[in-house]
Design a protein around this ligand. Sequence first.
Ligand code: WQD
Length: 349
Amino acid sequence: MEEKLVLVTGGAGFIGTHTVVQLLKEGFRVSIIDNFDNSVKEALDRVKEVVGPALAAKIEFHFVDLRNKDDLDKVFAKSKFDGVIHFAGRKAVGESVEYPRRYFDNNLIGTINLYEVMAKYNCKKMVFSSSSTVYGQPEKVPCLEDTELKAMNPYGRTKLFLEEIARDISQAEPDWQIILLRYFNPVAAHESGKIGEDPKGIPNNLMPYIQQVAVGRLPELNVYGHDYPTRDGTAIRDYIHVMDLADGHIAALKKLFTPDFKGCVPYNLGTGRGTSVLEMVAAFEKASGKKIPMKLCPRRAGDATAVYAAVDKAAKELGWKAKYGIEEMCRDQWNWASKNPWGYQGKKA
Ligand code: WQD
């Protein structure tokens, strides 16, 4: 079978790099677009180390910003893509509240350009990186894909708008095949410890924050809220191993190549299990052997008590299920952290 060529936007990012590794292992050729707005070139060098020279030769890279439609057009003029996995976009909730225009510019304009250029070159298979954030503060859990959608912040609104845009395009042009993947809470890293999440500045998310406390970059973890109606008073989330997430993208991409797949369909990518903040800290302490000092703080605005996925639809229709549990997530997160305490860039002199 002729090797399929997949365009991965944001392929130098956390989930992008892990998905590129799995795509190459699955026999795809990969073209990556990234503007290094929230990632670094070193991450791509690491991907090549992970996959080895033979598969690394199947990676093409374009330093392109999706907001530059002419540059994007040049990439499509050069190669015939069988499908697109679209990660590129900013994804920090707090930052989006502070700089909403940056989020609408990056996430919306970039994606609209992508749809336009894909249509021009008749490439109409898209796996889109959506998020559990479109469930807002769900009244009921687990979150089913047909749960009512609402957004609580500009970042979440961009994801919700982009889902609606996908549905409208699919309605008007039925030859588009689009899968929306709603990630719950991505954590951990590739088993090699060569690639992982490397957020710029102080991490917003729990696991990279815990990681930086463990390696001594931050003094203590602020636990946002200990009066939630949960088993230990702290909030519950569905943490999912980034390798499970990567495999979920492969399963979605393969589904797009099946003739029976039609339209625009959302799938949850989660484990279906909830873990509290204190439970995650305890699991990380066990995996790392490090004590994580904590400070109990008031709840963070906009946080929900509990968010975790209903997982049957992805299992039934994509043949995908998360394989890893919290222990493996903490093991691999610590492996990445202990080998790269200062991320890809190393300690600033
Ligand atoms: C998890 C829990 C915090 C930091 C967001 C986005 C979602 C996805 C993942 C992109 C919460 C608590 C956190 C800290 C803490 N991103 N916490 N101390 O808010 O569930 O989801 O990131 O797709 O779309 O909405 O993730 O990791 O920020 O928080 O106590 O220093 O950890 O209050 O209960 P969240 P998170």
